[in-house]
Design a protein around this ligand. Structure first.
Ligand code: HEC
Length: 183
């Protein structure tokens, strides 16, 4: 097994200061927030102006491209993506180590110990994980119980026949933004 160093802000704030350069943490935080804000604000705007089904269509067409655009803003050696244990789009499936980190996150969340971020040292890279915990009903419109909305349900089934990203409740871990930063 690869040597994974997992540090949660809540569990060991001091280890952080000792082990990981502050600029790495700043880069991870800045990049993940940029993606969360870009996707979040566009999505809210779409839902408000065009409704859920159109907004889902918007996600289907643009989520990957928007992620790529945010990637282009980053310094060389930094890249980011969205991952989840239950993906809608297979392109967002985690790698093996990332899968393990997401599972740890879920455990920590259950125990009330999930911090603001987790960081993993992986060879020549740091991996900065920003948890996406569902705080608002808003996310549940498309990731909760879709049976209430047959039109949306049909759209999702057509475009994501393998969809696993439903059945969530508020307080659940939906996934993470992963920022990979070259050492
Ligand atoms: C209007 C419907 C809609 C809403 C509201 C919505 N999503 Fe999604 N979400 C989608 C669709 C569609 C995809 C697949 C996009 C793609 O193909 O990349 C997706 C993908 C994701 C992914 C990528 C992982 C995966 O399963 O492929 C994450 C993470 C995610 N959503 C989190 C959230 C969070 C957090 C919220 C609330 C802030 C939210 N979503 C609200 C429709 C929605």
């Amino acid at each position: 097994m690869k040597n994974i160093r997992l540090l949660s802000l809540l569990i060991s704030p001091l280890l952080f200061a000792q082990g990981i350069p502050q600029e790495i943490l700043d880069t991870g935080e800045r990049a993940s927030q940029e993606l969360i804000q870009q996707l979040g604000s566009r999505l809210k705007q779409e839902v408000a102006t065009n409704g859920l089904v159109k907004a889902a269509e918007f996600c289907n067409r643009n989520a990957m491209t928007l992620t790529e655009e945010v990637n282009l803003h980053q310094l060389e050696g930094t890249s980011l993506k969205r991952i989840s244990l239950k993906v809608r789009n297979a392109a967002n499936a985690p790698q093996e180590d990332e899968h393990r980190v997401l599972e740890s996150m879920q455990e920590m969340l259950k125990e009330g110990k999930l911090g603001e971020y987790l960081i993993e040292e992986d060879g020549r890279f740091y991996k900065y994980y920003k948890p996406l915990v569902i705080k608002k009903e808003f996310c549940l419109a498309c990731h909760g119980d879709l049976s209430k909305n047959p039109e949306l349900s049909q759209f999702i089934n057509e475009h994501y026949p393998q969809d696993r990203a439903t059945g969530y409740k508020t307080g659940d871990l939906r996934g993470a933004v992963l920022v990979k930063i070259k050492k």
